[in-house]
Design a binder for this molecule. Structure first.
Ligand code: NAP
Length: 432
């Protein structure tokens, strides 16, 4: 039986679980791949650190560069940009197959790294970089290879889903839900990448690239985070039968592809609406297969190690059989469309004076801008209880599909009306 040398870079949350599987499941892995997977070394910063899984002391090294040189398969689980990038490039140059979960690096340098791997004829796999344990990249690239994907919508960031779910179930404001997420370890000390949507955008770029056979980078993704979502938005959405989720959406439209991340209203009965806590899910629509949903843990040492090992076994099988590395298809070159080209339904929440004629003024502005109203609900609030004193009207409007520019012009015009106290929120609606 052939022996394949495996170098592991990093033995943290994920790396230590990968080491455990490689060392404890050698027989099973050999039966599944047709090769012995020999873990030849584990690169870390501190060889004496106490780890969740303690591999034999002699496997640990601080010399990652030498380690990758003799390897058939390099598993990069250090995280960060450097030295991960240089070590992946060195591995590719030496003809090693590379498996990584480094979403931050792929977000910045993915297209360049895929190009290098293509040129060298080696495989670079990164199932763990999107939605942790959930097998989503291989289903898109392999299982659905004979189909045409039309849309992918994913809850791909557990931190923001935890926060939005906590706001939905407890009525908490964003800052309190974030504090709770931090206390429970779901949010990092600096949560910017999660709450501003950058992490979801990096995964959106990967999903769009694989679904639409074109390489997209992070800067191609229109990105809005969840910091502006208020308890009032959540309560109003809930009252109207919706739940607010941060979605990464990659969609094929006339003339190109839209890739975007933003808070989105989903009907509560939509499959993605049922994704609670820090779980992830990806909803795929394809011409022949119809709708598919992939659900599971988006993070965690063991769950993510499962995705990494899937890539390792797949790479080992290919190395046993021989043949060139399978690269992701880039046969199409579909341009990224600006957010203005996207048409969606919108939910608009307004606070207006309770006066005769207000509704007709608002409706007229929608009509003038070519935005058609699907439903409008009004709740009147009075200063001194029911039917007494001056009042204000809370309006919740859902539109039919409208373009971003037309909607923005409508909202601007409404804001200019003297009977409007404030436009409290404008959110896109999907899944209807
Ligand atoms: P981690 O716990 O921080 O572990 C990082 C490991 O890399 C540590 O063992 C560290 O060594 C080693 N390392 C870091 N810099 C190094 C350097 N310059 N030289 C040698 N070793 C170095 O990270 P993790 O949570 O396992 O995540 C690993 C990767 O998986 C990241 O790219 C992450 O984005 C991705 N990922 C993680 C999850 C998750 O749930 N954790 C989910 C999906 C994807 P020491 O131990 O000696 O410090």
């Amino acid at each position: 039986m052939k022996t394949l040398k495996v170098a592991l870079l990093g033995a943290g949350n994920v790396g230590s679980q990968v080491a455990r599987i490689l060392l404890e499941d050698t027989e099973v892995l050999a039966a599944r791949t047709g090769a012995r997977l020999e873990l030849v070394g584990i690169a870390v910063r501190n060889v004496d650190a106490t780890r969740e899984y303690a591999a034999p002391r002699e496997l640990y090294t601080t010399d990652a560069s030498t380690l990758v040189r003799g390897a058939d398969i390099v598993i990069e689980l250090m995280g960060g940009l450097e030295p991960a990038r240089t070590l992946i490039l060195e591995s590719i140059e030496h003809g090693a197959t590379v498996v990584t979960g480094n979403k931050a690096l792929l977000a910045v340098d993915g297209p360049a790294l895929y190009e290098k791997a293509d040129q060298a004829g080696v495989q670079l796999s990164y199932e763990a970089a999107v939605a942790g344990a959930i097998p989503i990249l291989r289903p898109i690239t392999d299982s659905l290879a004979g189909d045409k994907i039309t849309r992918v919508m994913g809850i791909v960031n557990g931190t923001t889903n935890f926060i939005l779910d906590a706001m939905d179930s407890t009525g908490a404001e964003f800052s309190d839900a974030l504090a709770e997420a931090t206390r429970l370890g779901y949010a990092e000390a600096d949560p910017t990448a999660d709450i501003e949507g950058h992490d979801a955008a990096a995964k959106g770029a990967i999903l769009a690239s694989l679904a639409f056979h074109t390489r997209y980078a992070l800067e191609d993704v229109h990105c809005e985070g969840i910091t502006g979502v208020t308890a009032t938005d959540i309560a109003a959405a809930k009252d109207a039968g919706y739940v607010i989720k941060l979605l990464a959406i990659a969609e094929k439209l006339d003339g190109g592809v839209s890739v975007r991340v933003h808070p989105t209203l989903l009907p509560r009965e939509h499959p993605l609406g049922a994704v609670r806590g820090a779980f992830n899910a990806v909803f795929v629509e394809a011409e022949s297969a119809g709708e598919l949903m992939f659900y599971g843990r988006g993070a965690g040492g063991s769950p993510t190690a499962s995705a990494v090992m899937g890539d390792v076994v797949s790479a080992a099988r290919r190395l046993v059989l021989g043949g060139p590395g399978r690269t992701d298809s880039t046969i199409e070159v579909l341009p990224v469309l600006p957010i203005d080209a996207v048409s969606t339904r919108y939910y608009i929440h307004l606070d207006a004076a309770d006066q005769p004629g207000v509704l007709s003024k608002i409706s007229a502005l929608f009509a003038e801008n070519g935005v058609s109203i699907e439903s409008m609900r009004q709740t009147v609030h009075r200063e001194h209880g029911e039917n007494e004193g001056p009042g204000s009207a809370e309006l919740r409007i859902v539109t039919h599909r409208a373009g971003e520019a037309a909607l923005a012009a409508t909202v601007k015009a409404i804001n200019g009306l003297d009977v409007i106290n404030s436009v409290t929120s404008v959110l896109r609606v999907e899944g209807v």
